[in-house]
Design a protein around this ligand. Structure first.
Ligand code: MD3
Ligand code: FE
Length: 215
């Protein structure tokens, strides 16, 4: 009875940032424990590392990957690779809970049949940030990217097709999912420096999962 009363309040609140970019507030909340357990399995096989930018700087965000392709960098630049350079072995598989969530969220945004082949995982500690960039190394820009925020809240910067376009600030909290497709797929975006805080499940960090069709 009480559960029925609260049912409606748990329905995700959908918000279109622009055509193709849909925020699904709290969409991942029912699965947060399963997502974090799966994340631990991935990170045990492919540890988080601070990638080096082509310019020689260490990123403040730590990354790892799962699936057929992972995101790697070296002096030659960034690319997708089937092997984790830290271990020389294939990336751990995409956990089923990752694939299901990505598929369901994409379908809610109108992208039926989305099957990710890459899961990129970013870990932020207070002060870590991601400067404005485009994601354009995937082969099929027709496929969306699904992102899941876990842990500490962050302020996401969302721009336009040009680096100099005005940006809007979008707060993203634990459990929020965003589907980026259509015109938004190639828009510039970034994350402001993470503020101090302590999340009940994740402590002093934010995890962002992104699911992509890279190959
Ligand atoms: C908009 N990650 O991994 S997620 C990234 O919070 C990345 O860690 C950020 O940008 C993070 O590349 C933002 C939201 C996101 C991801 C991919 C996008 C937004 C996007 C691709 C196109 C447009
Ligand atoms: Fe990005």
């Amino acid at each position: 009875m009480t559960e029925d009363l609260f049912e409606d309040q748990r329905l995700p609140w959908q918000e279109a940032l622009c055509p193709g970019a849909l925020v699904l507030r709290g969409y991942a909340l029912p699965h947060d424990a399963a997502l974090l357990a799966a994340l631990d399995t991935v990170a045990a096989a492919a540890p988080f590392r601070h990638m080096v930018t082509p310019g020689g700087y260490h990123m403040s965000v730590a990354t790892t990957s799962c699936g057929s392709y992972g995101w790697v960098s070296d002096h030659t630049g960034y690319r997708y690779d089937r092997l984790d350079p830290a271990t020389g072995t294939p990336w751990p598989p995409l956990p089923p809970v990752f694939i299901q969530l990505a598929q369901d969220a994409a379908a809610s945004a109108g992208f039926e049949g989305f099957v990710p082949d890459a899961g990129l995982i970013n870990r932020y500690v207070p002060g870590a940030r991601l400067s404005l960039h485009q994601d354009r190394d995937e082969h099929d820009f027709g496929a969306p990217i699904v992102s899941v925020s876990l842990g500490l809240p962050a302020v996401f910067l969302f721009g336009g097709p040009r680096r100099t376009d005005k940006t809007v600030r979008v707060p993203l909290v634990h459990g929020d999912v965003v589907v980026w497709g259509g015109p938004a797929r190639l828009y510039y975006h970034g994350v402001l420096p993470l503020k101090d805080g302590c999340h009940p499940l994740l402590g002093e960090q934010r995890i962002n999962l992104t699911f992509r069709k890279a190959g």
